[in-house]
Design a protein around this ligand. Structure first.
Ligand code: NAP
Length: 479
């Protein structure tokens, strides 16, 4: 096959796509990476305590199992190391263009190919695969006065390691998964930490532990053991955690686990009341952490629930006064529902993707969009998960895209039919009805209009089945 492929992003998704192309003997691809190295979100998020709350053995490619994990839940350095190892092992580096951002891509109908504009010029490709992730662009909060602050301020995903926080007054805005991981580490050294919580999160324990030499050696020497362990984690997440998000048998159990965790770790009833969510568990991303609550009970940590009115030169101002700070950490999440923005993507008939998506991003199987031939997405709309490893979904998508390539090579450019998209939208809406995400909370799973644009509303086994191979009838082909 002589197709040329542009891959956008060198995180888990982009690397997976490139590896499968390599395995198929297709070397006519380029990975464009806007930052200085591979790793995506795991290169960007270097805040103290950064790690993954999906068990390590499942948080890796099925075809590249890793026996060197040192603990049940991997830390950021280990995951980054894994991704760098993959890039080296499969010889991807010569085809990765670092520090090169794609600013626009437009489908040239006369050529049947994509014109891809980068910060370095324009190139033409047969196929474009976007693997930019959902959590790549840090979101600064819409709070007045952020530029007035006279201290040091940074986002959790752009940690300023030149700053020594020892003895300083640190304000952390936000209390999601990132904040929950960094607060315990910051609190160990800072003089004072004020945590600004707008909405309490449900928190369940993270049963982390190191594997130790014996178990690590066993995993290395007995691939079957590793496979079995990985399978067990997958089945547990699918069988016990997924039902909790779909109003199933484990919802009440998960809620009880979270409330017990809160009671055990936070003895003070006043603080406990502040930390008790008033919406169903799973509606927002559940925080999985065992160090977060104990950190909040420390004498140098204060949970502030008053509304922030502005950022003042000397700190964070709320309705009840100024909370002085030397450093502000914005743990305020990402532009998750903007998907391919700010790239300007133009399909057939001059259609702009941002206009097609003005009411919310959507894609057939989360992968393809009508009028955008030969454009595919990895970790696209409605493919995020709240209960298991996203790497599973990425592998399904990459497998599906690989299955599309022979069709493109043989029959010309390939575009999902609007009727297939309509049927897909209806089935997605039906499945979404039973999910907990719409049960009266705000979250990054939804866009500004309240539509759940990010999450996959069924078991991942279903996703694997429907993405097994492309159905040619769902597409139109053009030479
Ligand atoms: P997030 O979950 O979106 O949390 C953002 C936090 O900032 C929320 O507490 C939010 O409050 C608060 N916030 C936003 N704007 C604010 C404002 N104007 N005023 C006050 N508070 C404001 O972001 P995140 O913690 O970075 O996590 C994002 C996702 O990354 C996670 O859900 C998870 O999927 C992933 N992640 C995973 C891991 C892992 O272990 N695998 C670790 C870190 C992150 P509200 O809740 O009130 O909106």
């Amino acid at each position: 096959m002589s197709l040329t492929v542009a891959i956008i992003g060198a995180g888990f998704g982009g690397l997976c796509m490139a590896i499968q192309l390599e395995k198929a003997g297709i070397r006519s691809y380029t990975i464009f990476e806007k930052r200085a190295d591979v790793g995506g979100t795991w290169r960007d998020n270097t805040y103290p305590g950064a790690g993954c709350d999906v068990p390590s053995h499942l948080y890796s490619f099925s075809f590249e199992k890793y026996s060197s994990w040192t603990r049940r839940y991997p830390g950021q350095p280990e995951i980054l190391d894994y991704l760098e190892t993959c890039a080296d092992k499969y010889g991807l580096r010569p085809r990765i263009r670092l520090n090169t951002e794609i600013t626009a891509a437009s489908f040239d109908e006369s050529l049947g190919r994509w014109r891809v504009r980068t910060t370095a010029g324009e190139e033409v490709f047969d196929v474009v695969v976007s693997a930019v992730g959902q959590l790549s662009r840090p979101r600064m909060p819409d709070i007045a006065g952020t530029s007035d602050f006279e201290g040091v301020a940074f986002h959790s995903a752009r940690w300023d390691h030149s700053q020594d926080l020892t003895g300083r007054r640190v304000a952390v805005i936000g209390n999601g998964s990132s904040a929950a991981q960094l607060i315990p580490r910051v609190a160990e050294v800072a003089g004072q930490v004020d945590v600004f919580q707008r909405t309490p999160n449900w928190v369940i324990p993270k049963m982390d532990a190191t594997f130790g030499d014996t178990l690590t050696t066993a995993f290395r020497r007995m691939p079957l053991l590793q496979r079995g362990y990985r399978e067990w984690i997958y089945r547990y997440a699918e069988g016990a955690l997924y039902p909790a998000l779909a109003g199933g048998w484990s919802t009440e159990l998960l809620r009880k686990i979270a409330l017990d965790h809160l009671h055990e770790q936070v003895p003070d009833p006043e603080l406990r009341a502040k930390l008790t969510p008033g919406y169903p568990i799973g509606c927002k991303r559940v925080v999985i952490d065992s160090a977060f609550y104990p950190a909040l009970t420390r004498p140098n940590v204060n949970v502030v629930t008053d509304r922030i009115t502005r950022i003042a030169p000397g700190g964070v101002e709320t309705a009840t006064g100024l909370h002085e700070a030397d450093v502000i950490v914005y743990a305020t999440g990402f532009h998750a529902s903007d998907f391919l923005a700010p790239m300007e993507i133009t399909g057939r008939e001059g259609r702009r993707l941002d206009e097609e998506w003005k009411d919310g991003a959507e894609a057939y199987l989360g992968i393809a969009v009508p009028r955008f031939p030969n454009l595919f997405m990895v970790y696209g709309p409605n493919t995020n998960l709240g209960h298991t490893s996203i790497i599973f979904m990425i592998e399904c998508q990459v497998g599906y895209i690989m299955g599309c390539l022979p069709h493109i090579a043989g029959r010309g450019s390939m575009e999902v039919r609007p009727e297939a998209m309509d049927t897909w939208r209806r089935s997605l809406d039906r499945a979404m009805g039973k999910m907990i995400w719409q049960a009266g909370c705000t979250s990054w799973y939804k866009n500004a209009a309240g539509r759940v644009t990010n999450n996959w509303p069924a078991a991942t086994t279903v996703y694997r089945r429907i993405t097994k191979e492309p159905r040619p009838g769902a597409f139109r082909f053009a030479r």
